[in-house]
Design a protein around this ligand. Structure first.
Ligand SMILES: [Zn+2]
Length: 169
């Protein structure tokens, strides 16, 4: 992790902690040992295909989060902020486990999602709430932070010019 990435990740963790505290929760002491930044090009072929549409993952069993990047967005501070905030919110969400008769531990509840033998219930609701909170933390607070303001302004300018270019075609 580069010094710039450490700065971004630290700001993301601090901002999530503030939000969790504001809602009466006890923020988890997350640090960079809980986070893996992964370049898609480093993944084996089968995993690159499996995670093609995924920008991040939280694994409650291993207590780790993974943020995925491609060559073109590897240096984007806004994307790193957004992805780390999102996965950190999953990390901080309500969780429970079940232990089967043969002593196998499985996640039971994560946030608003309930795990069952044949799949998940409520993952769409959990993702919607997590992403809404992510938007609120990143766009309302971090985008105006003096350390990141220029990156967000530049991103908006790029998006605006892309819209103008596509309207011309
Ligand atoms: Zn998510």
């Amino acid at each position: 992790m580069t010094p710039e990435q450490r700065e971004v990740v630290g700001a993301a963790f601090a901002s999530v902690n503030k939000t969790v505290s504001r809602y009466g929760g006890r923020p988890l002491p997350l640090d960079t040992s809980h986070l893996h930044l992964v370049m898609r090009s480093d993944l084996p072929d089968d995993e690159r295909t499996e995670f093609a549409g995924t920008s991040g993952l939280y694994n409650s069993n291993s207590q780790e989060m993974f943020v995925l990047f491609s060559e073109e967005d590897a240096n984007s501070k806004p994307k790193l902020l957004r992805r780390v905030v999102h996965e950190s919110l999953h990390f901080n969400s309500f969780q429970s486990i079940s232990v089967s008769a043969d002593r196998v531990i499985r996640p039971r509840h994560e946030g608003m999602m309930l795990m069952q033998k044949d799949g998940y219930i409520g993952s769409w609701l959990d993702e919607a709430i997590t992403e809404r909170m992510t938007m609120s933390i990143v766009e309302d607070r971090l985008a105006n932070d003096e350390n990141f303001r220029d990156d967000f302004t530049r991103r908006q300018e790029l998006m605006a010019s892309a819209i103008i270019d596509s309207a011309r075609e």
